[in-house]
Ligand binder design. Structure first.
Ligand SMILES: C[S@@+](CC[C@H](N)C(=O)[O-])C[C@H]1O[C@@H](n2cnc3c(N)ncnc32)[C@H](O)[C@@H]1O
Length: 261
């Protein structure tokens, strides 16, 4: 395809509706009035050093790719194969257009995180940024990523609310021990029954300890946390009934809770 001029790009960007990714397409901004400004480039700048600079020979899956900012960045790092999936047709159209302007060979496909098994493919790097809190079933999504598509690295981010402290959770507690639940750094997943930030698709807001605990529980080992809400993980052994479960079997044979409730 011949190169588009800025007027053609601007016209197509407008046709494609509101953009969440404020990208720079040959000098044309896709969301110049974004409430987070130069997003996600300004966010990426804070953690890009944590991701391998050279992805030559690697495959990347970008789940909830939106307009493809991270897909494009991984292609720029030399990834052989980049697949972006999203459940939203409009965002996928934006992503396809952005890749066309950048002449980047990236595949974009409509697919929900809950249907990842259909890919029948594992990826060296799975990106799961900004999606978890939009899901009604967040742990299921992490489990499916572990089971079906993650091969090595997982780059994860969630909106987080509450304390950034991390409470040292003991391996077990007596039934009457309750004080730790109220510690600010105890893993907490705040449920949003109605809306948050005027967005009905926000279902959950974990605190930092909860993001980390959920990742571990789904079988991911955290190898870096370049900022509070961004985690680089390595896929570990398949989780048991909660990753820590095999290490703390019940002592009385009455199951996980010691048969008390
Ligand atoms: C806040 S945006 C994050 C976009 C991008 N990953 C980032 O970090 O900038 C959330 C994206 O997740 C997508 N999404 C929501 N639910 C999804 C699902 N069940 N499966 C796949 N994508 C989903 C939305 O369409 C949207 O593009």
């Amino acid at each position: 395809m011949s190169e588009m001029n800025p007027e053609q790009i601007r016209a197509r960007v407008a046709e494609l509706g509101d953009w969440f990714h404020n990208m720079d397409l040959k000098g044309v901004r896709t969301a110049p009035d974004h409430f987070l400004y130069d997003y996600p480039a300004n966010k990426f700048a804070r953690f890009e050093h944590a991701i391998p600079a050279d992805l030559t020979g690697k495959s990347v899956l970008d789940i909830g790719c939106n307009a493809g900012f991270y897909s494009l960045e991984m292609k720029r790092r030399g990834a052989d194969r980049v697949l972006g999936v999203d459940s939203d047709d409009r965002y996928l159209e934006q992503a396809r257009f952005a890749a066309e302007v950048e002449q980047a060979d990236i595949e974009f496909r409509k697919l929900s995180v809950y249907d990842l098994a259909a890919l029948k493919e594992r990826f060296d790097l799975v990106i799961f940024m900004g999606v978890l809190y939009h899901l009604r079933h967040p742990l299921l999504a992490l489990d499916l990523i572990h089971e079906h598509v993650a091969d090595d690295l997982l780059l994860f981010q969630s909106m987080q609310r509450g304390s950034d402290e991390v409470f040292a959770v003991a391996a077990d507690y007596d039934f009457d021990d309750q004080a730790h639940f109220d510690a600010p750094g105890y893993p907490k997943l705040h449920f949003i029954e109605h809306r948050y930030a005027h967005d009905p698709t926000n279902w959950w807001a974990p605190n930092a300890a909860c993001s980390a605990a959920m990742l571990r529980s789904a079988g991911f080992e955290i190898i870096d946390q370049p900022e509070s809400e961004v985690f680089l993980c390595r896929r570990g052994p398949p989780p048991g009934f909660g990753a820590a479960y095999p290490a703390r079997p019940s002592t009385n044979g009455h199951g996980r809770n010691g048969g008390k409730a």
